[in-house]
Design a protein. Structure first.
Length: 362
């Protein structure tokens, strides 16, 4: 298939849904760990096409949702400096910190600009030599190589007013951490965009050590249903392994050039995931060689204690042990227009997806 319409073909969708029903007899729970999948699953009403014995739950696949509150608080403190320009992807700007958000600080006069790439932030740095330009590096392995490339560019071209504040994270450690914590799932619907960079081998432990079904999936209805069908067959046959459904974009070895760039600039560290806590070797820190472009070291911001809203259950939602509808704030005090928790901010957040597509129910 070559065109997006083919991946949304109703007849193909019906055939796959029927195959899933005919081949599935066990009670199974599948978790997607990609915000793009979360959005597509609800947008296209995928749960309504599945038999009652198959349950889909959302995991920590939205990078904005897992960006820790203290990170936002530190950025806000940095933004108060008159010689600083904060550059960020748009979906981070409304994430609530302890007392404020980047959106609120921008309305109060802070120079905070939405960009579409790290290289756009580099351009701003070259045009504003009297300012310190901070790029907020968030996202998983999908966006980390582009951030790394911008740091290499700044290093080689001696753009000494460009800094990155890294909140980049990697997927495998959190996927393992959920299993180690006791979250009950039978298989993972693995992220397509992450896997275009990493390849599929990063999931081998999940299949062979933890005996979980693993399929790397695309994002259209046919992609997702075919991936679920592949997972069902693995589980029904007690044959866990790593398979690639999204073969038009993902190769087992990944993107070697992108991985090389990412590994040149970043090294892993223990990192805090919003609602989940510290996960070992799950974050990406800037290596010492490029420390002159590390905003965390440059500004060394200290903040007070961070208190998250106790009524918000984002942590439980990100673990897949609660649904957004289980939260007493959902669609009442917490909406996309007035988000209380990070899961409601991004279009890839589970709460946001449930809210926008809540009429497409099972």
């Amino acid at each position: 298939m070559k065109y997006i319409t083919e991946y949304r073909d109703k007849e193909k969708v019906k055939i796959l849904a029927e195959k899933i029903k005919l081949n599935s007899s066990k009670e199974i729970t599948l978790m997607e760990v990609c915000g793009g999948h979360t959005m597509s699953i609800h947008k296209f009403g995928i749960p309504s096409l599945l038999p009652e014995n198959i349950k889909l739950i959302s995991g920590p696949g939205c990078p904005v949702c897992v960006t820790e509150q203290s990170y936002i608080d530190k950025v806000i403190e940095i933004a108060k400096n008159k010689d600083v320009i904060i550059t960020t992807f748009g979906d981070l700007i409304r994430v609530p910190g302890t007392k404020s958000s980047l959106e609120k600080e921008k309305s109060l006069g802070a120079d905070i600009r939405i960009v579409y790439s790290a290289m756009e932030a580099i351009k701003i740095a070259t045009q504003n030599k009297n300012k310190k330009i901070i790029f907020l590096g968030i996202g998983f392995e999908t966006t980390a190589p582009a951030t790394a490339a911008s740091i290499i560019e700044a290093y080689n071209e001696r753009i000494d007013n460009y800094y990155v504040f890294s909140a980049h994270k990697i997927m495998p450690p959190v996927m393992v951490a959920l299993i180690d914590e006791g979250v009950k799932i039978n298989g993972y619907l693995c992220p397509g965009h992450v896997s275009t960079i990493t390849g599929s081998a990063i999931y081998n432990d999940l299949a062979y050590k933890y005996k979980l079904a693993v399929v790397v999936s695309g994002f259209e209805p046919v992609d997702i249903l075919q991936s679920i069908y592949m997972l069902v067959k693995q589980i029904e046959n007690s044959n866990p392994k790593v398979e690639i459904q999204y073969s038009r974009a993902v190769k087992p070895e990944g993107n070697i050039k992108a991985l090389k760039i990412m590994n040149e600039v970043f090294e892993t560290r223990d990192d805090y995931w919003r609602g989940l806590g510290i996960i070992k070797q799950s974050g990406l820190a800037i290596k010492e060689k490029y420390s002159e472009h590390d905003a965390e070291k440059k500004f060394n911001i200290k903040i007070g204690s961070v208190t998250e809203n106790c009524a918000c259950i984002c942590g439980a939602i990100l673990k897949g042990i609660k649904n957004p509808s289980d939260c007493k704030l959902f669609s009442k005090a917490c909406t996309p227009e007035n988000p209380v928790g990070a899961c409601m901010v991004s279009h890839e957040g589970a709460c946001n997806a449930w809210y926008r597509f809540k009429n497409i129910t099972k």
